[in-house]
Design a protein around this ligand. Structure first.
Ligand SMILES: *Cc1c(COP(=O)(O)O)cnc(C)c1O
Length: 448
């Protein structure tokens, strides 16, 4: 049935050659172009007769790929970039060639088994019980939403009289929490952080008690962030866990970026309290060297999540055999085995290599902070807790920051878009790539 013609074989060689070249060499940064500009160059690529594999690949490699910023470039320190290992990327090719279905145990047992071992590693690092488990979903946004939906279902059983459900989180929580609240039609109680930008247990307790005393609204979940996307700040997990549980609320930890550093001994104690979580997320596609897209969503008691998320339909009932089906633990049905590239790299390299790579990025971040401190015109926004180094350039207006950043990209030196903190424009280095060297940071700093 396979038609692996000479033409397909030739294309396979081209695809592999391109992929290998991309893996071997530092990628160019590249940058965006307008749709009009791209259309002028490639025209309409969807035609009745088709371009043929060679020409379609050529359109991609010579034009379209170059209009995408390489997120794994060592001087792309924007937002949270990416840094997949070569092994993870290579295995993604295997996943793509294998037509694996990752929704059910029946269809994907071997793949799901491997994904679950990778989840187990994360769960053990967090100190969760052996019965904890979950699933790889597309990203932190879906991971947070899926966990929050489970938390509300639990609360509905306990508090049937509640008139409105409320998510409590800090004012620094990720935008995806507000997005989840909108989808769920619940309210958000934003609690002020302390002088260091941290959400504290006492503030959580006071804010919830005040709301419950005054209204019939009910806080069903407290979301702590570890660490925040803008500055990498880790909330006081231990005390927040207690404040939440004392009030019968679910404790969810959004660690999409920061919880990756659970495997780094030098910062592990900052996450104390994570072992109390009812659920947490961490994105291997951010700081665990995996390609897009993969968020690990882990529940203390996965059975609760299964009861909430399992889809029921006559054609699916054959799958209800008690086996572990990833579809049952989040908002999804069909799913790619998106955790496999991460699993393969972890299995092949071993967990010590992850600890080493993680400590290395933290070391570079400490070195970058040192360079900022030593620079007469720069000032740290805060002492970095993890691998985000945020600072201001004295005397610059918001447009100076933007112009500097635009020039840095157009000169193909680096990608560092400005952010802001308390209304003040800032720059930030988000260091997640083990190939980022201190000389890369110096090269950027020469332009400040
Ligand atoms: C990035 C991030 C998210 C969203 O994750 P996606 O994978 O982009 O959907 C949520 N929370 C935090 C703290 C993040 O850094």
């Amino acid at each position: 049935m396979h038609e692996f013609t000479a033409e397909v074989e030739a294309l396979a060689a081209e695809v592999l050659a391109y992929s290998l070249d991309r893996l071997k060499n530092d990628p160019p940064l590249d940058g965006p172009r307008t749709a009009k500009d791209l259309f002028n160059e490639v025209g309409n690529t969807i035609t009745a007769k088709g371009l043929g594999g060679h020409d379609a690949l050529e359109v991609f490699t010579s034009v379209l790929a170059k209009a995408c910023i390489s997120t794994d470039h060592p001087r792309n320190l924007a937002f949270i970039p990416s840094a997949p290992t070569e092994y993870a990327n290579l295995f993604d090719l295997v996943v793509g060639a294998s037509a694996l279905y990752g929704g059910s145990w029946q269809e994907g047992a071997g793949a799901v088994f491997a994904e679950n071992q990778a989840l187990r590693w994360l769960s053990d690092l967090a100190g969760m019980p052996k019965t904890a488990g979950g699933v790889f979903v597309q990203g932190g946004t879906i991971g947070n939403l899926s966990a929050l939906v489970v938390a509300r279902a639990e609360a509905k059983k306990k508090y049937p009289e509640a008139t409105k459900w409320v998510i409590a989180c800090s004012e620094e929580a990720h935008s995806s929490v507000v997005s989840a609240a909108n989808v769920m039609d619940v309210e958000v109680l934003k609690i002020p952080v302390d002088a260091n930008g941290k959400l504290m247990g006492s503030a959580v307790a006071a804010a919830i008690d005040e709301l419950h005393a005054r209204t019939t609204k009910r806080v069903f979940v407290v979301v702590a962030t570890s660490g925040t996307t803008n500055l990498g700040i880790i909330d006081d997990l231990k005390a927040i866990a207690k404040a939440a549980h004392d009030r019968s609320a679910w404790f969810h930890v959004d660690g999409a970026y920061g919880l990756a550093a659970l495997c780094a001994p030098s910062v592990r104690s900052k996450f104390d309290g994570i072992e109390e979580a009812d659920s947490f997320i961490v994105d291997p596609h951010k700081w665990l060297f995996a390609p897009y897209d993969a968020c690990a969503l882990i529940y203390r008691e996965p059975e609760i999540a299964r009861n909430v998320h399992t889809q029921h339909a006559s054609y699916l009932d054959t799958l209800k055999d008690g086996a572990w089906s990833p579809s049952d633990y989040a908002i999804q049905l069909t799913r790619r085995t998106r955790g496999l590239p991460f699993w393969f790299s972890l299995a092949a390299h071993g967990t010590d290599a992850y600890t080493e790579a993680m400590e290395h990025t933290l070391e570079i971040a400490r070195g970058a902070a040192e360079l900022v401190r030593a620079h007469p015109d720069l000032e740290l926004v805060c002492e970095p807790e993890l691998s985000i180094v945020a600072f201001i350039r004295k005397g610059w207006s918001a447009s100076d920051y933007q112009n500097w950043s635009d020039q840095l990209l157009s000169d193909q030196i680096g990608f560092i878009p400005p952010s802001s903190h308390q209304g003040q424009a800032i720059l930030r280095f988000a260091i997640v790539n083990p190939w980022t060297k201190i000389s890369d940071i110096e090269l950027i700093m020469e332009r400040l």
